[in-house]
Ligand binder design. Structure first.
Ligand code: ARG
Length: 464
């Protein structure tokens, strides 16, 4: 057991208590950020005359050594330390002696852990944003290639009206674009540095908190020391944003699973992203899509856990907050993994345009257009709706499509029909005539694609 706080204790900590309390098993994940934060802190202390230049240089050198040794596996982060902060400090003292004991001047583990977590989350948000961006690029490519690929659009999972594959993919493009917006918002709101807040009440040392913040590329210092050490709002926001991301992925996966069935055959998932059955030789299962859908529960669970952990916590820091790490790390790793796999699956998936178009032709997806045709000939829409309803009933009995009816059959139901009905209800017309903002017509979709292109071009990796 290696602890930072033995002074006022007369007994050793019980081993079970020690294990229960320790966080090294998971906060080792942000050793890099812990060292990065300590380096900034030490630079600030020296600038303020709290440490000498010489002490600063010694500590920085020691911290750099620890960082390199951990990265190169020369130094192992072991369970013998309570947390990552103790590990780094103890190692520093081992390396450079008593000067190392000055590192923690004007700092508490409460503001230190608040900083570490923010630094870690900032890095993760950037990375996640990059993965969402990659997915958007993949979707844009599919859209560009399928402006005229007709398929049925559904409501209630019943065929409704014809759309295009580009339009369908475009719906997801919008969702994931909003997801990026949420990640950016969170980053901006959380980007204030808590270091220098101490345990809860600041410190009497003349710290320059703005300077530390600047060194760590924050927009400034947090404004209330009690809030600084007990704010986990940004984690709740991130877990909520990630829940939305994985909800979007899950919806998409559900569609892919349906489209990949023998009944639909709209898509074929690449062999590399499918799995077989141990007993049924014919099987090619969409396991990846199912797993992404399945992991959604886990991310939602993390959000609810975090909200519940924070509920009723008095100010300021409480040990309950240590629970923020495992669940947030797990949710982040899960969402990042799902994004990467999903993008890989979609970009290698084969779209069966023939099957999609064939399916759009059946199921009366052009019934609305037949009604609109009658409206064009002066029939009030409500009457037109009734007439087309009778047409559909007639077709159902004969097991044919609207396109297969003869003009005589049409006229028997309403004399308003003329030869131009066939053109009016053709798949091409049904889709291509819909060109209001946001509609599936190629003209409207081209404008969207153009706008998307500009958006994607302006999205660079260093976005904040
Ligand atoms: N491991 C702790 C956490 O993750 C670090 C802060 C500890 N502070 C304290 N006063 N015990 O929240």
């Amino acid at each position: 057991m290696a602890q930072l706080w033995g002074g006022r204790f007369t007994k050793e900590t019980d081993q079970l208590v020690y294990n229960f309390n320790a966080s090294i098993g998971f906060d080792r994940k942000f050793y890099r950020q812990d060292i990065q934060g300590s380096m900034a802190h030490v630079r600030m202390l020296a600038k303020q005359g709290i440490l000498t230049e010489d002490e600063k240089d010694k500590i920085l050198e020691g911290l750099q050594g620890i960082l390199e040794d951990v990265e190169n596996h020369r130094l192992e982060i072991t369970e013998e330390y309570e947390d990552i902060h103790s590990f780094v400090e103890a190692n520093l003292i081992q390396r450079i002696g008593d000067t190392g004991k000055k590192l923690h001047t004007g700092r508490s583990r409460n503001d230190q852990v608040a900083l570490d977590m923010k630094l870690y989350i900032r890095d993760e948000i950037r990375e996640m944003d990059g993965l969402v961006l990659e997915l958007l690029r993949t979707l844009q490519k599919i859209m560009e290639e399928n402006l005229h690929t007709y398929m049925p659009g559904f409501t209630h999972l019943q065929k409704a009206q014809p759309i295009t594959l580009a339009h369908h993919m475009g719906a997801y493009f919008e969702m994931f674009r909003r997801d990026r917006g949420r990640l950016h918002d969170i980053y901006q709101r959380m980007n204030l540095c808590p270091l220098g807040s101490g345990a809860l009440a600041g410190t009497t040392y003349p710290l320059d908190r703005e300077y530390t913040a600047k060194l760590l590329e924050f927009d400034g210092a947090t404004r209330n020391s009690m809030d600084s050490v007990s704010d986990r709002d940004y984690l709740i926001e991130l877990l909520s944003a990630m829940s939305t991301i994985i909800m979007h992925l899950s919806r998409f996966c559900e569609e892919i699973i349906i489209w990949n069935t023998n009944e639909y055959q709209f898509v074929e998932i690449d062999d590399a992203y499918s799995t077989g059955s141990s007993i049924m030789p014919q099987k090619k299962n969409p396991d990846i899509a199912e797993l992404v859908r399945g992991k959604t529960g886990r991310v939602y669970g993390a959000l609810i856990s975090m909200l519940t952990t924070m509920k009723g916590l008095p100010l300021a820091y409480n040990k309950d907050m240590q629970e923020d790490k495992e669940l947030t790390f797990d949710a982040i790793d899960t969402v990042k993994g799902c994004l990467a796999l999903f993008t890989g699956m979609v970009s290698t998936m084969r779209f069966r345009k023939d099957r999609m178009e064939e399916s759009a032709k059946n199921g009366f997806t052009n019934a609305t257009d037949a009604a609109d045709y009658l409206v064009g000939k002066g029939v009030p829409f409500r009457d037109a709706h009734g007439i087309v309803g009778r047409l559909v009933l007639y077709c159902l009995e004969k097991n044919i499509a609207l396109d297969d009816m003869t003009l005589e059959e049409y006229k028997a139901i309403s004399p308003v029909f003329e030869e131009d009905i066939y053109e009016a209800i053709s798949m091409k017309n049904c889709v291509e005539k819909r060109n209001t903002i946001g509609a599936p017509g190629a003209e409207a979709m081209s404008r969207v694609l153009e706008e998307n292109r500009k958006y994607l071009e302006s999205s660079s990796a260093d976005w904040v």
